[in-house]
Design a protein around this ligand. Structure first.
Ligand code: SF4
Length: 333
């Protein structure tokens, strides 16, 4: 990996601009694994250690090709639905969460469930349940078909309406203007979500906010770091998979914050050398489901093209760690 110059915290945009002559990489910090992904991946690893292969996993445990391929080689079998899992077998639910009906069908098949749903997704589920109990119309801002949204909406299908971005606001109808709340998917663009909320509030002035931020700390922190870095970059490379919502949002945020170009790559090999023509400052970051080894691969590849100075752009330090699911936690002595 190329040498780094520690530019410190925060003043990220000023540290980014106090640069080094020649070609350089600005490296966003924080980036990569969040606490929920770390927990989910370790859950599958521990399940394989404890029970041996195969361990079934419903949906991609996290949205990253490398992680899924690595766990599959170690003995995880990824399935779309629980009815593909043999009766009585172990199944891990992914970090994105599941609807209650999935727990029901798993119980009917006597599956041994290990639930790796991120606690911050569970928090949104609990909000949906609570406001449905109070008979609110819940406007869930999120991407249609995303696993997390399907799971959250499944907690209260009669009360939840999906609002897939600002353009979807006009189609929303509610029963009682005094009982309307918005919630959101955890991995959205903060700016776009606020625009959706602004338009919703134009139509429903008494719209209530969620009790706490639904867009999670990791999504927000990675977007803030990219916003600090992007104005100094002609190109921002985001390491992440196409089905990773928070990674795709980072590309949008980079472009919105002033980078001339931004691309999503799974691996260093995806970098097209033509992207680097005439470029002297490249920003690098990664989505919350991306292991650091893939970022190191990208930095090594950029170094081969002469981008051998790496300047961290640090906007936050993350220390959050979640306990493993109860079923897989080591026994206390
Ligand atoms: S991105 Fe946020 S909500 Fe999703 S797993 Fe990570 S911490 Fe949890």
């Amino acid at each position: 990996m190329p040498p780094t110059i520690d530019m410190g915290i925060p003043g990220a945009s000023s540290s980014a601009s106090s640069g080094v002559a020649g070609k350089r990489v600005l490296l966003a910090e924080p980036r990569g694994y969040c606490a929920g992904v770390d927990r989910a991946v370790e859950t599958v690893e521990r399940a394989l250690e404890k029970h041996g292969a195969p361990v079934y996993v419903r949906h991609e445990i996290v949205h990253n090709r490398h992680v899924v391929d690595t766990l599959a080689k170690a003995g995880a079998i990824f399935v779309e639905e629980t009815d593909e899992v043999p009766e009585g077998a172990i199944v891990v639910f992914s970090a994105h969460g599941v609807a209650p009906t999935v727990h029901t069908t798993a119980a009917e098949r006597k599956l041994q469930v290990i639930d790796a749903t991120c606690p911050l997704v569970t928090k949104v589920h609990n909000e949906a349940k609570r406001f449905a109990r109070d008979d609110f119309d819940i406007l869930l801002i999120g991407h249609e078909g995303h696993e997390e949204v399907v799971g959250t909406a499944g907690e209260a299908p009669d009360h939840v309406q999906l609002v897939d971005g600002p353009e979807a606001v006009d189609a929303v109808t509610v029963r009682d203007l005094n009982k309307v709340i918005w919630l959101s998917q955890t991995t959205l663009s903060v700016d776009e979500t606020m625009e959706t909320v602004r338009r919703l509030r134009e139509r429903f002035p008494t719209l209530q906010d969620p009790p706490s931020d639904d867009i999670c700390y990791a999504t927000q922190n990675r977007q803030v770091a990219v916003k600090a870095m992007a104005p100094e970059c002609q190109l921002v490379i985001v390491v992440g998979s196409r089905n990773s919502s928070n990674s795709v949002r980072l590309v949008e945020v980079a472009l919105g914050a002033g980078s001339d170009a931004s691309y999503l790559v799974d691996y260093a090999d995806d970098i097209d050398p033509a992207w680097l023509d005439g470029v002297t400052s490249v920003g690098v970051t990664s989505g919350a489901s991306v292991p650091e080894i893939l970022v190191r691969g990208v930095l090594d590849r950029l170094a081969e093209y002469g981008f051998d100075t790496v300047q961290p752009v640090t906007t936050a330090n993350e220390t959050l760690v979640f306990a493993l699911p109860r079923e897989i936690r080591p026994a206390r002595r």
